[in-house]
Design a protein around this ligand. Sequence first.
Ligand code: HEC
Ligand code: HEC
Ligand code: HEC
Length: 93
Amino acid sequence: MSIRLLGAAFLVLFYVGIGYAIEKITYPTRIGAVVFPHKKHQDALGQCRICHENGPRKIDGFDKVMAHGKGCKGCHEQMKKGPTRCGDCHKSG
Ligand code: HEC
Ligand code: HEC
Ligand code: HEC
């Protein structure tokens, strides 16, 4: 294995290390906070790329449109798993 490949392998492990530290991400919205169980998704989907096309970090342009599309809801509809109704994601109180 070349030195360069070895470097890439370490980088991947490093990212996975960070990723596993992210248990939950909360989106406070005006119709109720959405709690995204990040770690649970990592475990259920077994990969990062399905959501992180450009690498495991903050997702460029992640917003309401994306959340209601492929970023959250679209995938739940497609896989027939996970919440698809407003109140099942947006929880008040
Ligand atoms: C089901 C989709 C999904 C999967 C699978 C997923 N993530 Fe994420 N991840 C997200 C979302 C959504 C965010 C928040 C994006 C944002 O708000 O910009 C995020 C954020 C992150 C962040 C940045 C957190 C911050 O605040 O800086 C890291 C690092 C990360 N994920 C790593 C990983 C790793 C590593 C894996 C695989 C082991 C993984 N993710 C799998 C959806 C996912
Ligand atoms: C699968 C989870 C999910 C479902 C289902 C869902 N949302 Fe959302 N919604 C989110 C997330 C996550 C955000 C935050 C996106 C961001 O800020 O980046 C959001 C943002 C919003 C916002 C923006 C609020 C603000 O403070 O800017 C509104 C309004 C909203 N959703 C309404 C709805 C309505 C109405 C429904 C049902 C028709 C719905 N949502 C269904 C996850 C969901
Ligand atoms: C690529 C597909 C995919 C994306 C993108 C995705 N999810 Fe999910 N989600 C799933 C699957 C699959 C499950 C079912 C997991 C299980 O039952 O173990 C799930 C389950 C959930 C659950 C229920 C967890 C529980 O404890 O039962 C919530 C809440 C949720 N998702 C919120 C979100 C939010 C918010 C986003 C966007 C920030 C999102 N998901 C993005 C596939 C996805």
